[in-house]
Every structure is written in structure tokens, then in C-alpha cells.
Ligand binder design. Sequence first.
Ligand code: SF4
Length: 735
Amino acid sequence: MAKDPRFNILFTPLKIGSKTIRNRFYQVPHCNGAGTNSPGMNMAHRGIKAEGGWGAVNTEQCSIHPECDDTLRITARIWDKGDMRNLKAMVDHVHSHGSLAGCELFYGGPHAPGLETRTISRGPSQYNSDFATVPGCPGFTYNHEADKDELNRLQQQYVDAALRARDTGFDLVNVYGAHAYGPMQWLNPYYNKRTDEYGGSFANRARFWIETLEKIRKAVKDDIALVTRCAVDTLYGGKGVEIGEDGLKFIELASPYLDLWDVNIGDITEWGEDAGPSRFYQIGHENDWIRHIKQATTKPVVGVGRYYDPEKMLQVVSSGIIDIIGAARPSIADPWLPRKIEEGRIDDIRTCIGCNVCISRWEMGGVPFICTQNATAGEEYRRGWHPEKFEPAKSTKDVLIVGAGPAGSECARVLMERGYVVHLVDARDKIGGYVNDVATLPGLGEWSFHRDYRQTQLEKLIKKNKQCQIALGQKRMTADEILDYGASRVIIATGSKWSTNGVNHRTHEPIPGADASLPHVLTPDQVFEGKKVGKRVMIINYDPYYMAPSLAERFARAGHDVTVATVCGLGAYMDYTLEGANMQRLIHELGIKVMGETACSKVEPGRVQLHNIWGDGYKREFKGTGQLPRRENTSHEWHECDTVILITSRRSEDSLYRELKARKAEWEKNGISDVFVIGDAEAPRIIADATFDGHRLGREIEDADPQHQKPFKREQRAWGTAYNPDENPELEWRL
Ligand code: SF4
């Protein structure tokens, strides 16, 4: 299909200093877990975005000097020729698709903990980081207050890094002053308490940033386009940078030195105010701030706000709020988003659901990122997966998939894309499995985009191949029916259920009295089915993610008195998805009572017995067999309630798979060659990992052992061998 001409403005080239961006799609710097440690991953991930039409593709934050060492989080570095060589792989790949490559120069100050290099960062004043540089530990790392010599030295580090970026082949160099990094610490009075010519008045606080831009410009001339990423409002009110004060003044002051503005809001400690999760922030949520930028500059402006919808993109560019659509997450969920708009394939866009699971991997540190919507994100190099290209079917074996949740529907999609005949069967009347339930939780409506994308694609694929089928609202299949069905391959994707008796990770036993067949005890599954809930709700929580806070919110909003007794921090994992801070504020605002470090010992009608998890005595002593080597827990107390909701653990719904495995002898006579189990039915996991598992089996179904992962390329050092896995195929790994 042809592009809708209304979108022409999004495909109009624009001059950025001495460079020209071919359209208005700009992948803003974002981490992906590759850094310069995994150049193949970085190259392939960024390169596929250039192929998919992003006119400019940036690195993640790229450290300018060993003083800025962000280990254990993975970031890029441009310290030496080795880093330049690794980054060049990305630059060349991006250029090969006609896009500009950008490098974001990063200096962390106290927010870079120096765990690998054991260096100390410089900054305007000495303070300890308000960010959890070590996850869970804000306030752990300090910087050194720079004197005039050190300040000049730091500016020279920026200049040297910019020259290395230019020599690597980058087109854009971006001085990173958002998220409370680098020069923002000098502009922001929250960090800058100096009394010399670099502190105090706006002009003094802006001096470091302006001088740095001047020095870089002098060194690189017009060889590259100079960009700065600037948080125009740090959201601290008058104690920080505000758009109506220093924000716009700085845009005006710095514009002569720049070719492009890349603007956002917020800081690093609560950077979910920028990378807003859909639970709290919708598309374009920064517009109230960034709509003012053009008053203060004639230079082009890139802005962000999880722009996944072409209509909204059109609106902000046509109305002149911004010139270029900046995107991180929408470009991860769909690296081919611009190309799909250009080809008139709007309904093929794989829309970011705003779950921030991608970010959670960076936040926890040391691991590659993943995406809930795009199972190929981060897998482009090591597994050779392309988000839009599939190897044709290698056999005519047809496939029956039982369960159309995240794993089953994704597996069906991939297999149909490859040309296999697939029958997808589910008891629900919609595809999506438990995503249908999760999306009814407060704030999580956009998570249904995960289902919608697969539904649209499957409907299209079925039209192309009439032998494929989706049968929804079916009675649950038995093993006999599956054996009789006539499919060559069977994939069981029947998901998981919450424990009905309180089995949990602390005791690996049921909680006495916890029985969800009783009227006063519920599992989350029963909540979604509509089982009755009393006025006083007690949530017994052993789960670290969204279920307990979400159900607490749902019942508090409906007028119930809600208490959560929680073993771990309530929604602890949501700190990694940047939902944590606002979730805690919301819990507080709704008057939900939270009892931390609290486990459940017993459930009875009308009450539960709770205990503090540390109430069993610190002292260990030998008491002989059959006894705890500590004092018995003395903190047990009864609490009254009408309803108990058990959020303790999940169990795979795998009985069908186990029965089919036990009847392996009957497979051959029924024409079945393989039976596989995927997703939660194999082991409960987050939606992103279930989706990945379905995708993987779809790609690898003709492998020698498709139930288990194929080897993938590892980018690791191997003593005495070529480092590059492409030059040394022996560096493979099998699970
Ligand atoms: Fe969007 Fe979630 Fe994918 Fe991140 S993980 S890009 S937030 S869908």
C-alpha cells in the first residue's frame, strides 16, 4: 500500500547543521544492554532501526572517560581506539541504510559509581547520589568537587571524546545534559552550590555547559552536527531547573552553539517521569513542557513522549511543537515503525505497551534488554533474528497449538509467517490468554496492545493461508482429543494459575487454612472471574511485581478497606520498571495499609494470622534434630478481615503436556512427531519472556532439539582465540 499523503511532513528531510536527516524519525539515545562490550548486538539492533526507516539512530549513553564508569549497568564507552572500533560497527551499519549515526557523550558525576575503574567523578559541588547507583542503595556514591583545573580537565575530556566520535564516523555528537547527568549538574541549583563564577546566578550555573559546547564546536568545527540533550524542567519546582525560568533561558543562551535540541523533562532518580510507564503516562505526556521550546530557539527540536501513534506524531510536528519525533521505546517495540507508515501499513505497527520491561533490565544491571512486544529485540545479532523477516517453512508438518496466550499466539504468528499450517485453539473467546485479565487492572489498559497486535496479524495470516485456523471459546481439549486431532506437531501453551492454597517461596508449603475453594479466600484468577469480595480485604503477598499493588488499587478505588501483608517490598520489581515511585504515592493516597516484611502463618474465616519474617531470632544454635536452630518466631498476631486474596506463587498448567508425554508410545500411530511445551505452561514468567519463548520455538521448530534453545553467538573473550564470534564460530553455547 502507498503512504497516506497526510504523513508527507514526517518524511520531509531536515538540515541539522552540516548534516541532513532524511525524515523526522530520530531514535533518541537509549540503553540496550550492549554498550561497547557487545558490538555485534549494538550494531545489529541499531542497524535494523536504520533499515526500518529511523532517520537518525543514536548510541546509548556513551561514557567519555574512565572517571565515568556506570558498571554494573551496561553503557557504551568511547575511551580509546578499541571502543571506537566497536562503535564503528554500529556507525557503518546505520550509514549503510542512509541514516545518521549519533553518539551521546555521557559523564555521570556521582551517579556513576566507578565500580570497575575505581575512579571518582567530578562535579560542581560534592554530594552523594540521590539515584540508586547500586540498585536499592541511593546515597551510596559521592563525587569530588572540581576546582578550576579539574573543571577545565573535564571539559577537555568532552572535547577529546567528541573528536573520537567524529573520527569513528558519527554524524551527530550529543552532549548529554538530561537525566541529571553531566552539564545539567552545573546548571541545576539542586546539585550546584558553588560560590565562584560557576555557581549562584543563572549565567554562572550555565557557564560550564556553554563553555563545553564552545570548546567542542571549536574542535570539531562543522564536521559533525552538535546536539545537546536537555531536561528543560527537572520537576523539583523552584529548587531545580524550571521551564519558565532557567529552562527556556538556557535554550536561548545555548542555541547559537548547537545544531539540534533534544529535549525532555525530569531527572535520573525518577526518570519514569520521562520514560513514563503507560500505567501513569500516556502518549505525548511531555507536551505541556516541550511545547514552549520553539519560543526560545530557531534550531530544530526533537521531543519524546512515547510516540507510537502516527496520528499523534503528525499532530505534534504539523502544529510546530517539535520538528522531529524522538523515540526510544516505540523504536524498540517496532524498529520498522517509520517504514510501516511510509508503506501505508499502519495496522502492522507493533505498538509499545509502555510496560518498561526493557528499562527494567538496564535498571537491574548487567544484562541485555528485552521487549514485551518485540521478541527479537536484542536477539538480532546473537540469534540472527530480524523482526520482519522469517525463514520459510522447512517441512509440511502442520501444527496444533493449545492455548492462545502470549506464548501460543506469538508462536502461531511466527509459524504462520513462515508458511506452516497452524491451528490455534483456546477456551477463551479472545486470543491473549491472561493478558486479557491483566489489561483490566487499573492503568494497564494499554497492555492489551500486546493481544491486539497478534490478533490483527493472525487474522491477516489466516486470510493468506486458508488452511490455518483459530478456534476460540472451545471446550478445553483432552489428551485423547489432541491425539485424535491429526496434527503432526502439538504445542502446549496452557499458561499457569495462581496457587489456591498459599504455596510460596519461603516455605514451599501451603499456608494452613488457605483454600480458595472456600468463599472467603480468593486467588487473582478468581478475582478476574468475578468471585465475591467482602468489605475488609487482606492481600497476602509473596510476589514482587504488579499483581498485589494493582489489586490493592482496584479494591481501594471500589471502596473496600484494603491491607496488604507483604513479604517483599510491595511491587518491588516496579522500581526497575520506573513505576515504583508513583505506585507508592498512589498506595499512600488511596489509604491502603501496607504491612512490610510480613508473612502469613494461618488463614481462618474472618481472620488471618501474620508474623514478621525476621521474628525468629538472629542467633543460631544447635538444638539437635527436628528443631529450628533459632528461637521460634514470636511475632504472630491475628488480624480481622472478610476476604483473603492469596498472591503467593504461580503453578504451570501442564497436566495436558505431562499426560501427552506419558503417552508417547501412542504418538506415532496418531501421526504426531513432536509435543512441545512453551511459556508459562513450562514455567511461569513475565509476558515478555513467555512471548520470547513462543517466538523462539516458531523460529527453531526444525532444529534437532526444538524444545531446547539453539546455540547463539556469544560476544565474549576467549583466551588465545579471535574475539569476534563471526571469526570464531566455535564460540557457541548450548543450554
Ligand atoms: Fe515498550 Fe514494554 Fe517493549 Fe519497553 S518492553 S519497548 S515499554 S513494549
